[in-house]
Design a protein around this ligand. Structure first.
Ligand code: DAH
Length: 369
């Protein structure tokens, strides 16, 4: 293949000799035929039909010929250049067609090939239970409220009537954020959301608040340093312990079927009176109590399962939020969500909930979600 470099400017009309022109054309046609891609053909076009190609340079020499010879020479180079350009155009459309065919072949997608579906995740059993629990209350017209996990000491303790020297502060194994004197902590309970709701929302107030809580607890089958609670709070006119009782009974039945609840006197600084609430064992309904022939893994032959704390809102909490406690009263409760999943789904080891094995989550959800 000849190129511009080795086809130096013809210095004489020798470049216009018929044999020379024919040789240029032959070289061009050979190069065109040899081009195997449009990119190669582009270079061939530059070499053999461009401004510096032998034929173009020969064309320039026409002016140096005696006028009688110019016509012939002009016709010869014109024909030669026309032939080369035509050959290039023909090869160009051949190559474009070949390249299109190759692209269609190489980039073909077989729509009938089986696809590997990405496995779908499962809702975490705790998330699923929180959704179910909230649904019970939303159906009664309550609202779902949320609060921050990184909380101020005042909301988590002081406003809930847990003063700096209150013994229950020590009981809660608080995880403080450095520096401790800034009074920031990881909330030890969902109860601070009561305060946020009382300060931010209008009365009457009917809320539930699910979420994570944190305590410097052991990590074992029945304790996690991060666990979940569901808080409930009602503040309205004329609310009493009877309303609390009815609400908890309804909640228990919605979650566990035909079961009763019972209250045992207890103390919480933010409720007065306060109680712990137990759930009748929904597996043996008490039949295992004192009966050597009946075993029950769910209540361990107690007949009752500890569920959470509750009580009538302490007027001091209402006062801390600027509410007239002579007009309004309320009740509150707090349940352990993880505990609820544990006994509802017969999952004896809490660690399974955080170790992330999707087979465990699936088995609890029964493949339903
Ligand atoms: N916050 C309490 C705890 O973590 C649970 C609790 C008890 C919440 C009584 C309440 C309540 O709202 O009234 O132990």
């Amino acid at each position: 293949m000849s190129g511009p470099e080795n086809t130096s400017d013809p210095q004489s009309a020798a470049a216009l000799e018929p044999e020379t022109i024919a040789a240029y054309v032959d070289a061009a046609l050979a190069a065109i035929a040899a081009a195997s891609s449009t990119a190669e053909l582009k270079q061939v076009r530059l070499d053999h039909a461009g401004d510096r190609s032998p034929l173009a340079l020969a064309n320039r020499e026409i002016g140096t010929l005696p006028s009688a010879a110019r016509k012939d020479a002009g016709a010869r180079t014109g024909k030669a250049r026309g032939a080369v350009n035509q050959a290039i155009a023909a090869r160009q459309s051949e190559l474009v067609a070949l390249e299109l065919e190759a692209a269609l072949r190489d980039e073909r997608v077989d729509m009938t090939m089986p696809v590997e579906l990405a496995p779908q995740g499962a809702l975490h059993p705790i998330t699923a239970l929180i959704d179910d629990m909230c649904d019970v209350f939303v159906a009664m017209g309550w609202e779902v409220a949320e609060g921050p996990e990184l909380e101020a000491e005042w909301y988590n303790f002081d406003a809930l009537n847990i003063g700096p020297d209150h013994p229950s502060r020590a009981l809660q194994d608080t995880l403080w954020i450095d520096p401790p004197e800034h009074g920031k902590l990881l909330r030890t309970q969902t109860s601070p959301v009561q305060i946020r709701a009382l300060l931010e929302r209008d009365l009457p107030l009917y809320i539930v608040s699910p979420g994570k809580v944190f305590r410097a607890d052991e990590y074992d089958a029945t304790h996690l340093p991060v666990f979940h609670q569901l808080e409930g709070l009602v503040v309205d006119e004329g609310i009493s312990m009877a309303d609390l009782r009815g609400t908890l009974d309804h909640f228990a039945r919605a979650m566990f079927g035909d079961v009763r609840t019972r209250m045992r006197p207890h103390h919480f600084p933010f409720t007065e009176p306060s109680a712990e609430v137990d759930l009748e064992c929904f597996v043996c309904h008490g039949a295992s109590v004192g009966n050597p022939d009946v075993q029950c893994r769910t209540c361990r032959k107690e007949g009752w399962i500890e569920w959470g704390g509750c009580g009538v809102v302490n007027p001091r909490v209402l006062q801390a939020c600027g509410i007239d406690a002579s007009v309004y009263s309320g009740f509150a409760f707090g349940m352990g969500v993880d505990r609820t999943v544990m006994f509802r789904n017969n999952a004896p080891d809490l660690r399974d909930f955080v170790e992330g094995d999707i087979r465990f989550s699936r088995s609890l959800l029964g493949g339903a979600r």
